[in-house]
Design a protein. Structure first.
Length: 350
């Protein structure tokens, strides 16, 4: 009992010291995430909850990404300056430069010789951006998880009040922002036992061209892919649901179950409309499913009722919910840590 009390005092002392030194909640989030990732049970997180109270722990876990940070990223990617980020355009070139800068500044290495993966299935110069963080475990680092999103959009659309720029804030600057925040976390803490590829795709709006290209390229290199986790249209919250986001291909695998177990809440649910419209085959997860036959699915919070600007000029930053986006990142991060660090491959097709 005395040893346990001393342990609890040490934990509390470290937390207080980190806050006093201005280290921010991200470092505490790292310690909790590592603890859960190492033993799969969240024992230390629960011990801290007993000592500090669940409110404080929730605050710690929710502190890595912020409204200001996600707002800054998506506001640039979906600005008029980028002219709707159509594949092959000057605007998407600016987006690529911006993504490269974020990768570099956060310790994310290029997976290939450079971050740019040139598409071979599009007539104009176009690029995926592919970052990489090698795993820390001698054996598990040979297994890969891809965390992806497309960063292109359609360029222009039917004008409204003399505005014809389809900024693509929700579709899919929001998913790109989430992936860049995930990359920042793992780049900062390097707490991933498996190797992680962060893939931002071009050409999605042209027929999943970027993901088709990269999936074939990695398959030809015999990459040992465990899972592909894709993020699409996560800029506004679901309404009237008892889950936070849904996953396409829900019934195809146990991914939702695994996520909810680690999250200790109903984080990922089933959206019947996603099945009805076969969204599993309509985003960048699908080429990886076809090439590798491993769990490859998309997380989303667009349900056809909570957003009216799909492929329209009204898809603007002004209607994005930055608090929701930061919360999505912060809720998902501990789950990603646990999936990436699990001693065995838990996610599997049924």
């Amino acid at each position: 009992m005395g040893n346990k009390n001393q342990f609890m005092k040490s934990i509390l002392g470290l937390a207080i010291l980190a806050m006093a030194l201005g280290c921010g909640s991200a470092k505490i989030n790292r310690s909790v995430g590592l603890a859960k990732g190492n033993n799969g049970s969240g024992v230390i997180a629960k011990e801290v909850a007993v000592a500090q109270g669940s409110a404080e722990v929730s605050s710690v876990l929710s502190g890595f990404s912020t409204e200001k940070r996600v707002g800054g990223i998506i506001s640039y990617l979906a600005s008029d300056k980028l002219q709707g980020r159509e594949t092959g355009s000057e605007g998407i070139e600016m987006a690529a430069d911006y993504i490269e800068t974020i990768f570099k500044s956060n310790g994310v290495d290029p997976f290939f010789k450079t971050y740019r993966d040139t598409l071979t299935n599009f007539e104009q110069p176009a690029y995926n951006l592919v970052g990489f963080i090698e795993g820390t475990d001698e054996n598990l680092k040979n297994e890969y998880i891809i965390i992806g999103a497309h960063y292109d959009h359609i360029g222009t659309a039917d004008p409204v009040a003399e505005d014809n720029i389809a900024n693509g804030a929700n579709d899919n600057a929001s998913g790109t922002t989430a992936v860049l925040e995930f990359a920042r976390y793992f780049g900062k803490f390097k707490n991933n036992k498996r190797s992680v590829i962060f893939a931002l795709f071009s050409g999605e709006e042209k027929g999943l061209l970027g993901s088709k290209h990269l999936a074939k390229k990695l398959k030809d290199q015999n990459l040992d892919l465990y899972a592909m986790l894709n993020f699409e249209m996560v800029g506004v919250p679901l309404v009237g649901k008892d889950y936070f986001m849904y996953v396409t291909g829900y019934e195809e695998s146990n991914l939702a179950e695994i996520c909810n177990t680690y999250a200790e809440e109903n984080l990922v649910g089933f959206l019947p409309t996603a099945k009805e419209f076969n969204l599993f085959k309509r985003s960048d997860n699908y080429p990886f499913h076809l090439e590798f036959g491993v769990p490859s699915q998309t997380f989303c919070t667009f349900d056809f009722t909570n957003f009216d600007h799909y492929h329209k000029v009204g898809d603007e930053v002004s209607i994005m919910d930055f608090d929701h986006m930061a919360l999505l990142v912060n809720k998902t991060l501990p789950v990603l840590v646990d999936i990436i660090n699990a001693p065995v491959r838990e996610i599997e097709y049924k």
